[in-house]
Design a protein around this ligand. Structure first.
Ligand code: HEM
Length: 479
């Protein structure tokens, strides 16, 4: 049973994330209308918006996955409320700092802040150090949070059990590891690893910042560290979402819980390794990088997607095919989310294939695929958890008579929005242009159409926010 304190904390996370999500979508829509020449933002305004949109989206869906895993973990182990509060406070401080840096400080490097861009100073002088400090604040909060959860898992399960290695041997093991524990363990380890890389990155940035020119970083090392940290974190948040799916999907569908099998254990152990090496596909154009790394990037990108995706798709289909299912908003969100994740994954693998990357690199194909597995993939996993949790907190049943309407609008809005990116990508329209170059001006209509579809998506999210916030607030008046 979740304590009232954990319910309250989770409610605060849910409300904060949904409010920030709505604001970040509005920024996204404004950017798309600007690319469609329907409105005119200043270049600084556009790029500041793009930077805060990317940072906010990655940040909120990462903490959404963490808050869900934290909540569900208490079914198996004791979780610390103090660490949860600590992470919440540092996240709020970090987010406020980032919004100040971008909107007041005009910092606009994009969310990847690729070295040496932060030192090129086309913004207020204080913005760069405050930006790095904000990353430090968020990093500390998230490191302590992940390490705290992992520590509690290892207190109950020996490391080999948490990795479910006993399931790789023949016969039935004495202790069964729940899939949720395995997925949470491999994901938390991945998160901790990339946060350690972030510490090194920040140290190197500050070393150069305070050296007054006597110390200059190696650009390739900085790029590797940045992508190892940022790309991996953005990927790991997807696996946090999948952990909730493994725990809740069969339960809310009225089916038996997922069991651990040798292939689930093997798939997730392999995923842990491949996810940490897949980021090399961002370095294909860095020709001085050792050739072996390019090969690793290509192979890991293929292998990272296969085991977890295949096993998850198989497990979800095994639940729904030929079985009577209690469909609700929660499991429909999970189901559609898996579909969006797989479609976006195929788009990502196409781009991660070196011969294709020569054509698709830095075109709209990139935002096309990552918006697919985020906006109509991982986000839906977290929304499914939010909906389930809000119903638990609000004391109402799990039925929602508007499920079909909400899902139809969400699917039309979400897919229309990403399809416009894919078409742009297929025509080689470059990404991150506030106004399209002359050669592509006839394609700006795609951007406005994308923005209109995104408005539909936004409308459903606002509707979802109102319902969910109402239910979550009830937890504060509970005795
Ligand atoms: C319907 C909702 C959304 C809209 C309208 C939207 C719109 C946009 C637009 C127009 C861009 C700039 C594309 C370009 O490179 O030209 C962008 C970039 C981006 N978006 Fe979204 N987006 C949405 C949802 C999301 C979600 C759910 C996520 C992640 C969970 C996300 C993460 C990002 C990131 C990381 C970038 C890259 C920013 C950068 O290049 O610095 N977006 N988005």
């Amino acid at each position: 049973m979740a304590t009232l304190q954990l319910k309250k904390l989770t409610s605060v996370w849910i409300i904060t994330i949904l409010v920030l999500f709505v604001l970040a979508i509005v920024f996204g829509i404004l950017m798309r209308f600007n690319q469609g020449n329907a409105i005119h933002l200043s270049p600084v305004g556009f790029y500041s918006m793009m930077t805060i949109h990317g940072l906010t989206m990655i940040g909120i869906w990462f903490v959404a996955g963490m808050a869900a895993v934290n909540f569900l973990l208490q079914r198996y182990i004791k979780v610390s409320a103090g660490i949860n509060v600590f992470a919440l406070v540092l996240t709020v401080i970090g987010v406020v700092m980032l919004w100040l840096v971008t909107f007041v400080g005009e910092f606009h490097t994009g969310w990847t802040f690729l070295y040496p861009l932060p030192f090129r100073g086309a913004w207020k002088e204080w913005a760069t150090p405050l930006f790095l400090l904000a990353l430090g604040v968020l990093g500390i909060g998230w490191f302590v949070w992940s390490a705290g959860m992992l520590f509690q898992i290892f207190r109950k399960y020996r490391p080999a059990q948490a990795f479910a290695w006993q399931h790789l041997r023949k016969g039935s093991p004495e202790i069964e590891t729940p899939p949720f524990i395995l997925i949470s363990t491999v994901t938390l380890i991945g998160i901790i690893t990339c946060l350690v890389a972030a510490v090194l990155l920040l140290v190197l940035y500050f070393a150069e910042y305070f050296s007054s020119g006597s110390f200059v970083n190696d650009a390739l090392l900085m790029k590797n560290l940045t992508f190892f940290f940022g790309h991996t974190l953005a990927n790991e948040m997807l696996y946090l979402g999948l952990a909730s799916l493994y725990e809740l999907f069969p339960e809310v569908s009225g089916r038996p819980k997922f069991k651990m099998t040798w292939y689930v254990a093997l798939a997730w152990n392999c995923t842990m390794v491949f996810i940490l090496t897949a980021f090399f596909h961002h370095m294909y154009m860095d020709f001085v990088q050792p050739f072996a790394f390019q090969v690793i990037g290509q192979m890991a990108s293929y292998f990272a997607s296969v085991p977890a995706a295949a096993v998850t798709a198989f497990s979800v289909l095994a639940v729904v095919i030929k079985n009577p299912i209690r469909w609700s908003l929660t499991n429909t969100l999970f189901f559609v989310g898996v579909t969006g994740w797989l479609i976006g994954g195929v788009g990502a693998v196409i781009d991660a294939t070196i011969s294709n990357n020569f054509v698709l690199h830095n075109t709209l194909w990139v935002p096309a695929h990552f918006h697919t597995y985020n906006a109509i993939g991982n986000v839906l996993f977290s929304l499914a958890f939010f909906n389930w949790a809000a119903n638990e907190f609000g004391g109402k049943g799990h039925t929602d008579k508007f499920t079909r309407l909400k899902m139809t609008l969400l699917i039309i809005g979400g897919s229309g929005f990403v399809i416009m990116f894919y078409i742009g990508g297929a025509y080689s329209v470059p990404r991150r242009f506030n106004v399209y170059p002359q050669e592509f001006s006839s394609l700006s209509i795609l951007a406005s159409a994308g923005a209109l579809f995104a408005c539909l998506y936004l409308a459903v999210i606002v509707w979802f926010l109102v319902n969910t916030v109402n239910k979550c607030l009830k937890v504060f008046s509970a005795a």
